[in-house]
Design a protein around this ligand. Sequence first.
Ligand code: GLA
Length: 385
Amino acid sequence: MRNKSLLAGLLATGVLCLSSALGATKATVTVATFGETQDGEVVHVYTLKNRNGLSADIMTYGATVVRLMAPDRHGQLADVLLGFDNLADYENKSPYFGCVVGRYGNRIADGTFTLDGKTYTLAVNNADENVNAHLHGGNKGFDKVVWRAKPVITGHDAGVTLWHTSPDGDEGYPGTLEMKVTYFLTDNNELSIHYHATTDQATPINLTNHMYFNLQGEGIGDINGHFLTLNADHYTPVDIGLIPTGEIAPVAGTPMDFTTPRAIGERNNADHDQIRFGGGYDHNWVLNQADSGMTEAGEVYEPTTGRVMTIMTEEPGIQFYGGNFLEVDGVVRVGKSGVTYRHRTGFCLETQHYPDSPNQPNFPSTILRPGETYDTTTVYRFWAR
Ligand code: GLA
């Protein structure tokens, strides 16, 4: 019902922006109003549609992917992303559904780091008796701002580019950061995300997208039966506060080993310190061959529908988060289809640099300096078998 009213609204207000001139069926981008923020800012949603009928809805609040229709083995489309059908829920109770997170995606220990001899203090927005961290950019990260946007079509690929300027001192970070994120839904059934940024002062940066997937379809059951493969022989173990210890540890012989396909639910309650600390999976894997450009990071297969998602990235790491806090944080979240999202009903695979890199000298650097360009692409490909 909720889904239908959202769709009806989009159709009623949708304006055809762009369509590709090539081919029988065209790739299109349409725009509609998604809502208005509590501060009165209008938020738009761009619907990218490719020639195979796949579509992705991206809204300007948080540069968020709000819906992604992907085919099963019979060609049946379903929305494979968790999310809400209204802006107020995104503003008030979203656990980062589908958004771009930054300036630093993931955790920075104690919300502090030292760069070029100067110590910076960031918000500690992730704290309890064991945890004390800056998470996903702070109190008002890039997930909570309205981005500027423009539709774009290249060949058969339907896209949208979003811009945001993060001012010097934003959430405690140094330098004015100019960002551009482009989403494309390609002819090859890929959602590609291209991140671009420049700065006028040295700053840490680690942008990612925080989509929660359920390849059965949003609102349908848990994710325990999905099979995950990660192209990673190592991971970064964490302490009880989910901060990396600095070690790059082999996955072999641990529940972190996804070098061959394993059901997510097989070991997510395992008697193992790392699983206890994360309440399940909530860790960074170190991708093999990460320095050789775009590499295959992993794959998820859902056997009942046959849906497969393959992830490619230029990033050195990937956070696999198993939706462990979807229910236990005390917030009731009713999703797009009217179903309450329970424990582990969605998972995230966030391509990234390793958590807490600004405080970890042996991790690849996340510092962007004036004159340099932050440029990185991640691709999620949807198919079925
Ligand atoms: C992440 C973190 C998790 C959790 C979620 C949001 O990916 O690693 O610990 O905070 O975001 O709920």
